[in-house]
Ligand binder design. Structure first.
Ligand SMILES: [Zn+2]
Length: 262
């Protein structure tokens, strides 16, 4: 009987395969394997992808498993990105894993594939794409490096500002929220502009309530209509957490504004 040497698609061990047969039991890991051609891991990436694509058409899991073993052997950002690109429409489980593997290699946001990995993983965990369950903590962790990079888009800056403001995936932090909202507004993001306008209105309402000599611990409900959104009426409490933290600063502001500061 003639045997040929092939490579187990699971453990990458060399297995002997009876000539003419397609699959065998790996003598190392014991799994039923459709061994890859002997030269598989030395193939050029485009050839390996072509080879796997032909298998994916018959058996998606098997084709992607083989492609993943190729990427594991190469472990380059390009190889993982290639899998992501094919898998995002055909087998999303492999898409997520490939993006995570890119970030195991590098967090350098000057690489566009690294940026894509951060962005798509943020979207996956925030908007429940690629079969992922919502995980605000992961979404925040993937979005933050993008927002901090010089490649940040207005949308990314707005989204991280939103998460900081509402404490999604991180501790609520109004200073950080305003920092990113202002950066987004500077790039022309209309939602961020509106956020800052509303925040200013809220701040002024608070200052006004101080000057009207309400008992400082009293919680009043203040209603205003946003002139930029005429049909909407927004309601909120006058003494929000945002402003409680900054009593001293606001006392100063209200003092100088209303001339009551001595
Ligand atoms: Zn094996």
């Amino acid at each position: 009987m003639d045997f040929e040497k092939r490579i187990c698609e699971y453990c990458h061990a060399h297995v002997r395969l009876l000539t003419g047969r397609k699959k065998c039991i790996c003598s190392y890991c014991g799994r039923v394997s459709y061994p890859a051609p002997k030269n598989f891991f030395n193939m050029r990436e485009s050839d390996a992808v072509d080879y796997c694509n032909s298998i994916i058409k018959e058996d998606s899991e098997r084709g992607f498993r083989l492609l993943e073993s190729y990427a594991k052997a190469k472990n380059t950002i390009d190889a993982w990105y290639h899998i992501y690109y094919i898998a995002r429409k055909q087998n999303v489980k492999y898409a997520v894993r490939s993006l995570e593997n890119i970030l195991l290699i590098s967090h350098d946001t000057s690489n566009k594939y690294v940026r894509t990995a951060f962005l798509r993983l943020y979207e996956a965990y925030y908007f429940e794409k690629f079969g992922c369950k919502k995980n605000a903590g992961k979404a925040f962790a993937y979005l933050l490096p993008l927002a901090q990079s010089k490649y940040a888009t207005d949308e990314q800056l707005y989204n991280i500002g939103y998460m900081y403001y509402h404490g999604e995936g991180t501790e609520s932090n109004t200073d950080q929220a305003l920092y990113y909202m202002r950066a987004a507004a500077a790039k022309g993001h209309s939602g961020a502009k509106r956020f800052i306008e509303e925040y200013e209105l809220k701040r002024q309402a608070y200052l006004h309530s101080l000057s009207a000599a309400y008992i400082p611990t009293h919680t009043s409900t203040y209603t205003y209509s946003d002139e930029y959104n005429p049909p909407d009426t927004t309601e909120y409490t006058g003494y929000t957490g945002d402003f409680k933290k900054k009593n001293e600063e606001l006392d100063d502001l209200s003092g100088s504004f209303y001339g009551t500061k001595t």
